[in-house]
Structures are given as structure tokens and as C-alpha cells.
Design a protein around this ligand. Structure first.
Ligand code: ARG
Length: 457
């Protein structure tokens, strides 16, 4: 099959080269946005008089047919067409003849592919935003359903202080909110139009880029033709936002894996989301979460790919840039699939309240609150810390909890203790006395739940 750029060549392409350089096997993903871009370009060409109204009508008719064929899975994506842009253009030429040959007026595949990829990325960001929001909703509902459940909070994976489970879950809602902000922020810079930059220098023809911008809903134009065709920082930013989001998914996955372990015994995985072992009949494996953690490597890898592809590229377009698509497509697909699963999985999480109680019992989780009690009664914090530490040692040595140490023994170490200290010494009740804004206690968590339910409505 003759190439659209065949003019100055006499010999054909080596079949290995053809296979090596084709992108149609993956950039067919851009088919719909390529058509959208071409239609906007054609409309502009007609408005400025570079093609006739009749040409435009023919292009619209041909493109509509192609779109239907693609929608119905009847379009033939042939490797000889090299990429999606050539593929659609040659299909159009077959359908409508001469008017199709005018479509590429004042356009290059360089500004065309950059435009397509921006349109595609913009749509995907909007879709991903809704998926992340759905996951946030699931987490808020789960937090609300378990709003009374107190558990140990950890630092260094050592039990530290009692917290509400809801606070732990809402921490992920906050992370996801920032992930959405990052995607929105990337979107602002994705949302600029490269088309009209042509190969790299613009054109001598009297085009009007504003018409195309308006038609495709871009907020502004890429203002420098060379920059427009050669940079892929919008891909980098999008992938960086996705990689960061996956770091959060991965941490969530790790928490759930720990909770579901026999050692923790805090969470029972629903049948629908666990897998068995082919040899050990007792197993319930958290494969969804392990795969989520694993796929994080893949998305971070995609970010590394695009960073490395763009690094050191001379201006302007280089074919290296064809390597921008697969990492982006793969990361977005992976994000869509992961988000869909997680949003469905979260509502099935059921916690073992008995186990939460046991976990609160050991570990002197009320030691910090005891120190704060002494601070309220006038002791400098460093001294209060020491007193509380001494009492922990005393209790530990005698196999007791802090609340089981008698007031007299306490007074011996520090006379500031009064009977009311015992009101503070039940870890299960500690969250009731956290006061600071954003704390893990009853009042602040209730406020946070109300706030999130309102925001996510
Ligand atoms: N398939 C190419 C890509 O994805 C399209 C642009 C090719 N431009 C060119 N001058 N060869 O980057």
C-alpha cells in the first residue's frame, strides 16, 4: 500500500522497519479524538476559505461513516497505515476522494498527535475524577458506618494512641482529594490547543486557530509552535498525578493486608474480594490489595518512561515522542480498573470490634493522655512525660494496665494525681477527649464526616 508521504521515496519500507515503527496497534485508542480534531480543523479551513463548503460537507459525511464503522468495530486498522492519523485519512480518501486530500492543509501529524493526546487526556482526567470521587464516597460511608469504632493508631507500626477508625479511613479521603486537585491542576495545562502549529513553524496559510480552539473547547492556545509540537510535559504531569495517587492506593492496600492478616485479625475479607490457595484450603488471600500494591510499580514505571523519553530530546518533534502513548494509556487503564474495584470493595469491609477492643488493651495507649492530664494540672510536659513513663514501667512490671494502678501509688510518684485521672484512663474512651482541630477524636471526626458528606454530595 502506498504511503501518504511516499513522494520523495523510490524504495519501499523494510517490513521489519514497518513493524518496528507502527503505532496503529496502540494509537487506535485516539481514533475518536482524531476525528473530533479533524472535524474542527476542517470547519476552520472552510470558514477561512481554504476549502469549500462542499469539501467540508464531504469530509463531514465521510468522517461520520468512519466513526460509525469504528463504533461498530467494523473499521480495519491496518499496520501498513502506520498510525491512526494516516489510517483515518486514507479511509476518508477512499470514501470521498479529492476533498479528503485537502484535510491535511496547514496541519502536520506533529500538531495533530499533540492535539489528539491532549483531547484524550482531558476526557480521561474528567472520567478519573468521577471514579476517585466514587471511591471517596465509599470510604466516607464506611467511616460513617463504623463511626464509634476505636482502634490503636500506629507510628513505626507500633501501637501509639487510640484513634477512631473513621479518622484512619478519612485520612485516605484527604489523600484522594489532593490527588483530584493534582489531576485538575494538570488539566489546566493539558487544556491548551497545539493544532495550527503545523510541523513546527506554523504556516503561511491564513488559518484561524481561535476557531479550532473554540470548537474543541480548549481554554487557550499553545502560544509557541515549536513548544507545542515538542513538549510532553502535560503527559508527565498527568502521570505524576496518577503515580502519586497509586502511592496512596498502595498504602491503603498495605493497611488492609495487615488488618486482614491472621496476626491482626481486625478485618474479614469478603468472599467476593478474596481468593483461595490451590494447596492450603484455609487461606483467604487479599489478592485485590496485593495487585493494587503491585500495579503501583507499573504506574510509577510509566512516569519514569515518559520522563526518560523526553529527557535530552533536541527541539522539536522527534519520533521518540511516539513512545509517550503506551505508558499514558496503560497508566490510565490501570487507574480506571483499580478505582472501579476499590470503590466496590470498600463497602464490603467488615471490622472485628472484639478484636479492636483487645488491641486497645495492651500497649499503654493511654500513657500520653495521662501525661496531658498532668500538664493540665500544672506540670511541665517533660516532667509529665517522665512521670507517665515511670507509671508505665510500674504497671508493666506488675502486669497491670494504667487504670489498675491505685491512686495512692500514683500520688507517690506525683502528688498532682486526683481521682478524676481514672476518667481518662480507658483507651476506648480517649477519643472522646481529643480537642484539637483535625484530631482523631469523636467531635472532630463527626465534623469531618459532615464536611465530607456535604462536599461529596
Ligand atoms: N505516530 C506518530 C506519533 O505518535 C505521529 C506523528 C508522526 N510525525 C512524524 N512526522 N513522523 O508521534
Amino acid at each position: 500500500m502506498a504511503k501518504l508521504w511516499k513522494g520523495r521515496f523510490s524504495a519501499g519500507t523494510h517490513p521489519l522497519m514497518e513493524a518496528f515503527s507502527e503505532s496503529i496497534s496502540f494509537d487506535r485508542e485516539l481514533a475518536q479524538v482524531d476525528i473530533r480534531g479533524s472535524l474542527a480543523h476542517a470547519k476552520m479551513l472552510a470558514e477561512v476559505g481554504l476549502i469549500s463548503k462542499k469539501d467540508l460537507a464531504a469530509i463531514r459525511r465521510g468522517m461520520a461513516e468512519i466513526k460509525t464503522e469504528i463504533d461498530e468495530d467494523e473499521f480495519v486498522f491496518s499496520p501498513q497505515d502506520e498510525d491512526i492519523h494516516m489510517s483515518i485519512e486514507s479511509a476518508l480518501t477512499k470514501k470521498i476522494g479529492d476533498p479528503a486530500k485537502k484535510l491535511h492543509t496547514a496541519r502536520s501529524r506533529n500538531d495533530q498527535v499533540a492535539t489528539d493526546l491532549r483531547l484524550w487526556t482531558r476526557d480521561k482526567i474528567d472520567w478519573l475524577d468521577r471514579l476517585v470521587e466514587a471511591l471517596q464516597k465509599s470510604l466516607v460511608e464506611l467511616a460513617d458506618k463504623n463511626r464509634k469504632l476505636v482502634m490503636p493508631g500506629y507510628t513505626h507500626l507500633q501501637r501509639a494512641q487510640p484513634v477512631l477508625l473513621a479518622q484512619h479511613l478519612l485520612a485516605y479521603v484527604e489523600m484522594l482529594a489532593r490527588d483530584r486537585e493534582r489531576l485538575q491542576d494538570a488539566r489546566r495545562r493539558v487544556n491548551r490547543l497545539p493544532l495550527g502549529s503545523c510541523a513546527l513553524a506554523g504556516t503561511t496559510l491564513p488559518i484561524d486557530r481561535e476557531i479550532v480552539r473554540e470548537e474543541l473547547g480548549f481554554a487557550s492556545l499553545c502560544e509557541n509552535s515549536m513548544d507545542a509540537v515538542s513538549d510532553r510535559d502535560f503527559v508527565i504531569e498527568t502521570l505524576a498525578a496518577l503515580a502519586t495517587m497509586f502511592i496512596h492506593f498502595s498504602r491503603f492496600a498495605e493497611d488492609v493486608i495487615l488488618w486482614a492478616s491472621g496476626e491482626w485479625g481486625f478485618l474479614r475479607l469478603h468472599d467476593a474480594w478474596s481468593t483461595g490457595s490451590s494447596i492450603m484450603p484455609q487461606k483467604r488471600n487479599p489478592d485485590l490489595l496485593e495487585l493494587t500494591r503491585g500495579k503501583t510499580g507499573r504506574v510509577v514505571g510509566s512516569l519514569m518512561t515518559i520522563l526518560t523519553v523526553v529527557k535530552g530530546l533536541p527541539m522539536t518533534y522527534n519520533r521518540d515522542l511516539q513512545e509517550d502513548k503506551e505508558p499514558l494509556f496503560d497508566a490510565v487503564r490501570t487507574a480506571e480498573a483499580t478505582l472501579a474495584c476499590l470503590a466496590e470493595f470498600v463497602p464490603t469491609m467488615t471490622f472485628n470490634e472484639q478484636r479492636a477492643k483487645q488491641m486497645l488493651e495492651g500497649g499503654f495507649l493511654d500513657a500520653t493522655v495521662m501525661a496531658e492530664y498532668l500538664v493540665e494540672n500544672g506540670l511541665p510536659f517533660r516532667s509529665a512525660h517522665e512521670v507517665s513513663g515511670a507509671l508505665v514501667r510500674l504497671a508493666e512490671e506488675s502486669g497491670r494496665r494504667l487504670c489498675e494502678v491505685g491512686l495512692a501509688e500514683m500520688k507517690e510518684i506525683c502528688p498532682l494525681f486526683q481521682e478524676d485521672v481514672f476518667l481518662r484512663l480507658d483507651p476506648a474512651k480517649t477519643p472522646g477527649s481529643y480537642k484539637s482541630a483535625g484530631s482523631a477524636g469523636t467531635k472532630e471526626v463527626a465534623k469531618a464526616l459532615t464536611r465530607w458528606k456535604k462536599r461529596l454530595r
